[in-house]
Each structure stands twice: as structure tokens, then as C-alpha cells.
Design a protein around this ligand. Structure first.
Ligand code: 7TS
Length: 422
């Protein structure tokens, strides 16, 4: 596999060490033209394109070892089981978890958060207890907690954000009260790009014995994550946002908590023995993996993790940070453009409003130039309300984006402002 970084453990983590043109060659989808222009894909927060190495892993599974796992003595099943479980080891290393049994394969962050709400939080919540989230959460980190609160009589508390889109840490701390039973928050906001000071927040919550769930959907593709250092109790990621297939993600949980939790779903593979009188559950992590899982997707996720490790996660972070700074400067020169989300600590997201132009029109005009951005509320309607806009346009960056693409974005936006006579 060719990647943009030479395999060299001593390569310093600098943007200069990063050969984006080589990275781009690993992504066949980037070679296409859209409406007569080379594709400029800037919707990576929604989902990323896939490198050839991930496609090869999927194809190898389906062509050479397609079979079910954990249940066949035959050769193919053993191969598939080995590859599936090898991904668990890769995910453990990727997140620096202590043990493989702390890594659960799920559909994605949405399922991971629902699993935690249902199996971890629900048995702990009584009427009058509190769940603390923040104002910048994705709907998938709001709605499962709302449902839980409705069922249990618990109360959803929301820590506010400032005009830059940063969490107001003092207010967060004040909301950590004697009835707080769980905190759940995004490491990185999908609508604003804000990186939350999660180490500090986890420390504050733990000082009051409150467990913390980190929604890592937008962190895992961009930052090096160490769950032991963060000391979070749960961490989620979605494979498709980090160059892996759709329909596969990871829930990390501390073993002692996962041990105590009841299963989320019942079915095959999650049991040790079943009679009509009594079922004994399987051990971790299988207790939480009922039914035939997304075997191909899991193997694809392993290939994506290998790919990112090979590029070097510090190199990626440094490169993307430089790109973000460049893009921020380029967009600041577009007349009238208002950036939504100007946190000091930010990752990979340029969300903005062009006053008087509906984001849908922005997206449509850019699309004609071959530029893919996301427009809408980004499944974070409370963030839109906070900034007084119904929607934004959002360019979100990935490992293959370039300065030239951001120049093209800025030029496209200038065209939009001209069309709308601004
Ligand atoms: N949490 C965050 C912070 C997200 O950005 C998303 C998806 C989710 C949770 C849900 O992840 P899923 O993989 O289970 O769907 N965010 C986006 C987005 O920004 N545009 O499309 C999906």
C-alpha cells in the first residue's frame, strides 16, 4: 500500500512531512469529475471517501473468506473470525484501551450512545436524577437521553456555549450537581468544529463520581485518542467518518462498567447457554454483540485504522490543522461571510452563513462547480438556534483535502455572493 508518509517512526509530526498528493492517489473516488469539474469533496464530517486498502479488505473478505464467525470449525470461518478479532486488537491499540474486551463493535456512534443510555444509564436513573449534556451535541447525543428521561422521570440538563461556540466550563461545572448520574458530550462538535477540553471535564465529573461518555465521532478521524489518558468511561466512534465502511463503529467502555451492564439486545452469539427457563450470557465483549455482526465492515474498519496509523495520526492532525487555518483565512476574505464556530481549539470544520443567501442555494451553486459541502442543521438544531440561523453551509476536511481545494471553495463562494448581488 502506498501512503503519503514514509514508514518511519521518527518522522516528526509536521504538516511539511505530509505528501497529500500521494494520499489522494489512495482514494479512487477523488479521480472523478462532477458537473465537468474535478470533485472537491468537503463533506467529510458526514462521511469520508474510502481508500483502496479498505476496498481491498472488503473484497478479500467477500471473495475469499465469506463465512460467519465464532461458530464454524471450517477453514473460512476460522479465517474470518481471526480477521474480525484482529480488528478488535487494532481498535484497542487505536484507542489505547487496556483490553480487547473493552472494545464492542456496533453500527456506529448512534447505536453506541443508545447502548450506553439503555444498558448503563437506565438502571441507574431515578426520578429527579439528572443527565448532563452540552448545547453543541448532535441529535444522537440528545434524543436517547431525552427518551430515557421521559421514561425515568430524570431531568436533562444542558451546559451552555458562548458566541465562539465554546463550552462555558464554569457553567458546566455548576451543573454537575448531587443528582447528576451521567455526563455525555462530544469531544469535537460536528456543527462547529469545537474541540472540548475533555480531560478537564472528565476530571471535574469524576471528582463528583459522575461517569463520562465521550461522543468521539468527530474526534477519532482527526485527533490521536487515548482513552486511558482521557480516563473517559465510554468512548464512541463511527467507522464511516474515518475512511471505513458504513454500518460499523466502536463503543469503548471500561471493563468494570461493561461487566455490570445488562445486554442491549438478545440473540445469537451473546449467550453462553439457553434454556426456556434461563439464559446465561456470554462474556465480554460478546455479551453486547448479538446476532451476525457486520463482519466485512469490521474488517474494513481494521484496514482503515491501519491506513491512518500508517499516515501517522499526529501527522494527520498537524496537516489538517494547517489546512483549517488556511481555509479560515481564505473564507474570511469572502464578502459578508460569517463563520459559525470560532473556538480557539477547533478541528476540521468550517461552518458559515452568507447573510441573505439560503445555505441550500450555496450548496447547489457550489455543487455545479464540483464542490461538495453539507448544508442544513447538521443534526444539531440547538446549535443553529443558539446562533440564530436555521442552517449553515459546512465544509469539513479530511486527509486528502488541499489548499487549492479551499481556494476553489472561496472562489465558488465569491461567485455565490455575486449571483445574489451582495
Ligand atoms: N455524533 C457526532 C458528533 C456526529 O457528528 C454524528 C454524525 C453522530 C454522532 C452520529 O453518527 P452516526 O455515524 O451514528 O450517524 N454527524 C453527521 C454530520 O455531521 N453530518 O452527517 C452526519
Amino acid at each position: 500500500m502506498s501512503t503519503g508518509i514514509a514508514r518511519n517512526a521518527t518522522t516528526p509530526a509536521t504538516a511539511a512531512a505530509y505528501d497529500v498528493e500521494r494520499v489522494r492517489r489512495d482514494f479512487p473516488a477523488l479521480r472523478q469529475q462532477v458537473h465537468g469539474h474535478p470533485l472537491i469533496y468537503l463533506d467529510n464530517a458526514a462521511t469520508t471517501q474510502k481508500p483502496q486498502a479498505v476496498m481491498d479488505a472488503l473484497q478479500r473478505f467477500y471473495l475469499e473468506e465469506c463465512s460467519n464467525i465464532h461458530r464454524g470449525v471450517h477453514y473460512l470461518s476460522q479465517q474470518a473470525t481471526e480477521d474480525y478479532e484482529a480488528t478488535r486488537s487494532k481498535a484497542r491499540r487505536f484507542l489505547n484501551a487496556r483490553q480487547n474486551r473493552e472494545i464492542l463493535f456496533v453500527r456506529g456512534t448512534t447505536e453506541a450512545l443508545n447502548l450506553v443510555a439503555h444498558s448503563f444509564a437506565r438502571p441507574r436513573l431515578r426520578s429527579g436524577d439528572e443527565v448532563l449534556i452540552t448545547h453543541m451535541e448532535h441529535h444522537s447525543n440528545i434524543v436517547p437521553w431525552q427518551i430515557l428521561c421521559q421514561e425515568t422521570g430524570a431531568r436533562l440538563r444542558v451546559a451552555p456555549i458562548n458566541d465562539a461556540g465554546e463550552l462555558i466550563v464554569e457553567e458546566f461545572e455548576k451543573l454537575l450537581g448531587p443528582r447528576t448520574r451521567v455526563v455525555s458530550l462530544a469531544y469535537v462538535s460536528n456543527a462547529l468544529g469545537t474541540i472540548n477540553p475533555v480531560r478537564e471535564l472528565v476530571r471535574m465529573a469524576h471528582a463528583r463520581n459522575v461517569p463520562v461518555v465521550l461522543d468521539g465521532a468527530q474526534a477519532a478521524p482527526h485527533l490521536k485518542v487515548d482513552v486511558q489518558e482521557l480516563d473517559c468511561d465510554f468512548f464512541t466512534l463511527s467507522g464511516h467518518k474515518m475512511y471505513a465502511p458504513t454500518g460499523i463503529g466502536v463503543l469503548y467502555g471500561k471493563a468494570e462498567l461493561l461487566e455490570e451492564m445488562p445486554p442491549y439486545q438478545g440473540g445469537g452469539d451473546m449467550i453462553r447457554s439457553v434454556t426456556f427457563e434461563k439464559t446465561l450470557y456470554n462474556e465480554l465483549p460478546f455479551k453486547f454483540e448479538a446476532g451476525t455482526p457486520n463482519i466485512a465492515g469490521t474488517i474494513g474498519l481494521g484496514a482503515a485504522m491501519d491506513y491512518l496509523e500508517e499516515l501517522g495520526r499526529e501527522n494527520i492532525a498537524a496537516y489538517e490543522q494547517e489546512l483549517l487555518d488556511y481555509g479560515t483565512r481564505a473564507l474570511s476574505r469572502v464578502p459578508g461571510l460569517r463563520m459559525i464556530g470560532t473556538a480557539r481549539e477547533k478541528a476540521a470544520v468550517l461552518s458559515f452563513d452568507l447573510p441573505g443567501v439560503h445555505p441550500h442555494d450555496v450548496g447547489t451553486i457550489l455543487d455545479r462547480e464540483g464542490i461538495a459541502v453539507r448544508t442544513g442543521h447538521h443534526c444539531a438544531q440547538p446549535v443553529m438556534d443558539r446562533f440564530g440561523v436555521p442552517a449553515t453551509s459546512r465544509a469539513s476536511l479530511g486527509v486528502y483535502n488541499t489548499r487549492e481545494e479551499l481556494d476553489a471553495l472561496a472562489a465558488g463562494l465569491r461567485k455565490v455572493t455575486e449571483i445574489f448581488g451582495r
